[in-house]
Design a protein around this ligand. Structure first.
Ligand SMILES: O=c1[nH]c(=O)c2[nH]c(=O)[nH]c2[nH]1
Length: 303
């Protein structure tokens, strides 16, 4: 006999834009998000017996996103995800869990003649602020906040040596290399008991995002990196210290390689070692280094 082992469904790629207007100053703020809603619960019969009486149409989920965006603040995204998810598990008795993902895109205020412009913005990069929230009926809210698509490069201040050398190894050891990656990182909050518990720590969400971003950039820039592995561990431990409410921090970093090119065949041009100036950016294959550091592991590593 076959049986349903797992099922969830919902609306993906719900695009929403909201403008916040400060009537006193005339300053407006643009917020653009892409939202995913996935629901779980007593929906098995919709798959096994064509029982649509348990189906909330994904079209209605999309409508709900727009209505809740009108009725409530959409920032910080951790709050809006919690509001949305709580609505679904509290409104529909047979829905036990709501998975709400929010990707917030950058609309950075323009600086015109040295002054912040009241209503004009630019997209200064593909970086997004992300929230993955799981809202369980009567069992609290789990949130992972994060940053994705933050492309960084340093032209020196990175090394890689001392790794395994055997009959499969061709990579030379280097004491000076280019380091580039696209940061995907996240910090998982301790479980919130419900929407009110999320509301109680509201300012901490923006602060955690700012601290995590600053720590990531500062560590990347200032450290003479011995490896992606060690640099990302340093980022994780600092974020755990800066965000006491986070129980774990994770990073996924592709190593975007830049290869040197030997040009000595052309009139003896020197372009290797200390003379390297022209490199060939690689699209793939690339390294991919991942790490999660949890608070308890951090404590035991200090013993
Ligand atoms: O920082 C690095 N870590 C690795 O594991 C690795 N492997 C590799 O080929 N280059 C690098 N760089």
């Amino acid at each position: 006999m076959a049986s349903v082992a797992a099922a969830r469904y919902g609306k993906d790629n719900v695009r929403v834009y909201k403008v916040e207007k400060d009537e006193k100053t005339g300053v407006q703020t643009a917020i653009e998000m892409t939202i995913t809603v996935l629901l779980e619960g007593g929906i098995e019969t919709s798959y096994t017996r064509a029982d649509n009486s348990v189906v909330i149409a994904t079209d209605s989920m999309k409508n709900t996103v727009y209505i809740k965006a009108k009725e409530h603040p959409v920032t910080p995204p951790e709050l809006f995800a919690s509001i949305l998810g709580t609505h679904f598990v509290e409104t529909y008795a047979h829905i036990s869990t709501a998975h709400i993902n929010i990707v917030t895109h950058r609309w950075t205020r323009m600086i015109i003649d040295g002054k912040p412009h009241p209503h004009s913005f630019l997209r200064d990069g593909a970086e997004t602020r992300n929230v993955e929230a799981v809202i369980r009926q009567g069992k609290g809210i789990d949130i992972r906040s994060g940053i994705a698509g933050l492309l960084v490069l340093k032209s020196t201040g990175s090394q890689f040596h001392g790794f395994v050398r055997d009959e499969f190894t061709t990579l030379p050891e280097v004491w000076d290399r280019i380091l580039s990656t696209e940061v995907d990182c996240g910090w998982a909050w301790k479980t919130f008991s419900g929407l009110n518990a999320v509301k109680a720590v509201l300012p901490k969400f923006d602060q955690a995002w700012e601290d995590s971003r600053n720590i990531t950039l500062k560590t990347f820039a200032e450290e003479n990196s011995p490896s992606v592995q060690n640099t990302m561990y340093k980022m994780c431990t600092q974020i755990l210290e800066a965000v006491p409410e986070a129980k774990a921090v994770d990073f996924s970093l592709p190593n975007k390689h830049y290869f040197t090119v030997d040009l000595s065949w052309h009139k003896g041009l020197k372009n290797t070692g200390e003379d390297a100036e022209v490199y060939v950016p690689q699209s793939g294959p690339n390294g991919l280094i991942q790490l999660t550091v949890a608070r308890s592991q951090l404590r035991s590593s200090k013993l």
